[in-house]
Design a protein around this ligand. Structure first.
Ligand code: CP
Length: 314
């Protein structure tokens, strides 16, 4: 059970809530390996997925999670909707809720859009990524993947490499990982690292080799070409020369250190194809875990109790 009707960010989650979601996600991950990977715990519930921004992984992952819990699912895309006729976000959502929808999953380009909705509607809201603010279920699936590889995250060293300034994935990782005791280092060109970032509990290292030397895990972020409003770095080639995670970088890391990427990747910009396809990466494990952790979030927000799950999925 979570304290609120919504999952808007990891900043406001307690460590107990994070562990509850991750443990429940681990139980659902086992269900996914069964011949029939479904548990009918949300039968009779209806969930609307509202995507106002492009998505491949998150959108499909939420829909699969909902269907594997036997919820009824409706999908909404901004393109082709009546938003183009001037309807507001709140009016759009009120109309969808009038059709008896229980839970809203929303991705939006504006930071704070899920919070705005959550304060104004009785239904639960799940943030599927808002602007440059947070992407809480990505943070959770990343932590679930790290726990599979490392066990407890307490004291583990995680280095996040890339465009920290524009990254909602970085923010959710930093909040979630530090609450569970991990030591987080962020690394990237100085213009792509926000001034206030150390106040979140992480350290900054702008030299890639130093940043990854003692890491247990490297989480490589996408260079967000669409958000580089002020030419914050000279270009892809210059970025890659200093910050691409490639074989010679990995060769200097600890032998158990593994590489993650939330996708979509800019191959051979922030990560070399040899690393992206190599034996140190767990990128598709992250995607699989995303379905399980989203099943956990939807189950817990719908009033499900972790302790009663054992009987349900036994
Ligand atoms: N990681 C992630 O959010 O990917 P999508 O944009 O494809 O959903």
């Amino acid at each position: 059970m979570l304290r609120t009707k919504d999952l808007l960010d990891l900043e406001s989650c307690t460590s107990a809530e994070l562990l509850s979601i991750l443990d429940t996600g681990t139980a659902f991950r086992r269900v996914m390996d069964r011949p029939i990977p479904k548990v009918p715990v949300l039968r009779g519930r209806t969930i609307a997925n509202l995507f106002f921004e492009n998505s491949t992984r998150t959108r499909i992952s939420f829909e699969l999670a909902e269907k594997r819990l036997n919820a009824d699912v409706v999908n909404f895309s901004a393109s082709g909707s009546s938003l183009a006729k001037g309807e507001t976000l709140k009016d759009t959502v009120d109309n969808i809720l009038a059709m008896k929808v229980d839970l809203i999953v929303i991705r939006h380009g504006q930071s704070g859009a899920p919070h705005y909705l959550a304060e104004r509607i009785p239904a639960g809201v799940v943030n599927a990524g808002d602007g440059m603010h947070e992407h809480p279920t990505q943070g959770l699936l990343d932590m679930m993947t790290m726990r599979q590889k490392l066990g407890s995250l307490d004291g583990k060293r995680v280095t996040i490499v890339g465009d920290i300034s524009h990254s909602r994935v970085a923010r959710s990782n930093i909040w979630g990982l530090t609450k569970l005791g991990a030591q987080v280092t962020v690394c990237g060109p100085p213009p792509l690292i926000p001034m206030e970032i150390e106040a979140m509990g992480c350290t900054v290292e702008t030299n890639l080799e130093k940043a990854v030397r003692d890491a247990d895990c490297i989480n490589v972020l996408r260079i967000q070409l669409e958000r580089q409003e002020n030419n914050l770095f000279p270009g892809n080639r210059e970025y890659a020369r200093a910050y691409r995670v490639e074989d010679k970088v990995i060769a200097e890391c600890r032998s158990h250190c593994f590489v993650m990427h939330p996708g979509p990747m800019n191959r051979d910009v922030e990560i070399s194809s040899s690393v992206a396809d190599g034996d140190r990466q767990v990128i598709l494990d992250q995607v699989s875990n995303g379905v399980a952790v989203r099943m956990a979030v939807l189950y817990l927000l719908s009033g499900g109790a972790p302790e009663s799950l054992g009987d349900t999925i036994a």
